[in-house]
Design a binder for this molecule. Structure first.
Ligand code: NAI
Length: 345
């Protein structure tokens, strides 16, 4: 049995992990707490830890896990900006789930977009109170508008297809644009200037942090709709709030928020929210916030559990290849992933 401490457990995690775990001799201990410097000690005696987007696997946590005898950090998500992968090299292996349902995220982005521009969230509340007025519900057609997609990987490409289905013109910006494709790639500034809808689908890195800031918003069309289903840190939230208040940004749909770690995924309805920026954003009629929900479909949960269990299993198999390992020994996680046929260390 491979003993794995499962941090930040939610009720919807357990059935799928139990189902796949028992077939692969991976035993989970479900802990509700997040992994932090203070809770890392709970992993003592376990072979692996399984963590999610808001567990903080910084250098100090990695040192504590190493000291506790933990050999593997298994992310049950795609993004790994919350793990100091460089520091982990040589101490604990790190694996992730590169893709579990890009459809779930792309479809959620589309749901947010349609809800926002056709005011469905407002209509829903009105008709529940038998208010059948249409005043203030005027939307706009997506057909013929320009969608600017930042990041054309798995999710970005699916969202491009959805936008094309609506008859939108699509332009895209990517650090590594695919050659000879059917996508019109433009520079970042041109994308900001030309797009009616901007949707973010690139990872959070030092390069992309606050990609949407006051300067970028200044270049955008008046009334632009900004969608973020990627990572909160891509947007400078205060600059977004200022852009909304200045009526420059027409609407924002946020599935992620840069300070979400201590807020999202929990019921805080009985509490006063101490985050002024988020409170203000939520109070605006043209902002829709979902709490990092884009991944949450049955299909995605099953795929996450299946791949995570396989990742854990393969890391503990003798001479096995550690599937989906992330490491920095060559200084480039993405290139490393493509070329490696053996364990990183
Ligand atoms: P992917 O790795 O398939 O694609 C990412 C794309 O971004 C690549 O084409 C890459 O070249 C591009 N990129 C990298 N750096 C860039 C930069 N500096 N500027 C412009 N483009 C850049 O990733 P995938 O699967 O499409 O996921 C995208 C993001 O979605 C993830 O990084 C993750 O943060 C987020 N995500 C959010 C979920 C949610 O529940 N809200 C669930 C799953 C992923």
């Amino acid at each position: 049995m491979i003993r794995t401490a499962f941090f930040d457990t939610k009720p919807y995690d357990v059935p799928s992990f139990e189902r796949y775990g028992q077939f692969h001799d991976v035993e989970f201990k479900y802990l509700e707490t997040k992994l932090t410097e203070d809770t890392a000690e709970l992993a003592r005696g376990y072979d692996a830890v399984c963590v999610f987007v808001n567990d903080n696997v910084n250098a100090a946590v990695i040192d504590k896990l190493y000291d506790c005898g933990v050999k593997l950090v298994a992310l049950r998500c795609a993004g790994y900006n919350n793990v100091d992968v460089r520091h982990a090299y040589g101490k604990v292996h790190v694996v992730h789930v590169p893709s579990y349902s890009p459809y779930a995220v792309a479809e959620h982005a589309a749901a947010l977009l349609l809800t926002s521009i056709r005011r469905i969230h407002k209509a829903y509340n009105r008709t529940r109170e038998f208010n059948f007025s249409l005043n203030g519900l005027t939307g706009f057609d997506l057909h013929g508008k320009t969608a600017g997609i930042v990041g054309t990987g798995r999710i970005g490409r699916l969202f491009i297809n959805i936008c094309r289905g609506f008859g939108m013109n699509v332009i895209a910006y990517d650090r590594s644009p695919a050659p000879n494709g059917d996508i019109e790639f433009v520079g970042k500034d041109e994308l900001f200037e030309r797009s009616d809808v901007i949707s973010l689908h690139c990872p959070l890195t030092d390069e992309t942090r606050h990609m949407i800031n006051a300067d970028a918003i200044g270049k955008m069309k008046k009334g632009v709709v900004i969608l973020n289903t990627s990572r909160g840190g891509l947007i400078d939230s205060e600059a977004l709030l200022a852009g909304l208040r200045a009526r420059k940004v027409g609407a924002a749909c946020l599935d992620v928020y840069e300070e979400e770690a201590d807020i999202f995924f929990e019921d805080r309805s009985g509490h006063i929210l101490n985050d002024e920026v988020l409170s203000r954003l939520i109070s605006l009629p043209n902002v829709i916030v979902t709490s990092h929900q884009a991944f949450l479909t049955e299909e995605a949960l099953n795929n996450i559990a299946e791949t995570t269990v396989q990742n854990i299993r393969s890391c503990f198999d003798r001479d096995g290849v550690c599937s989906n390992e992330l490491c920095y020994h060559c200084g480039n996680v993405e290139a490393c992933k493509k070329e490696r046929k053996h364990r990183c260390f």
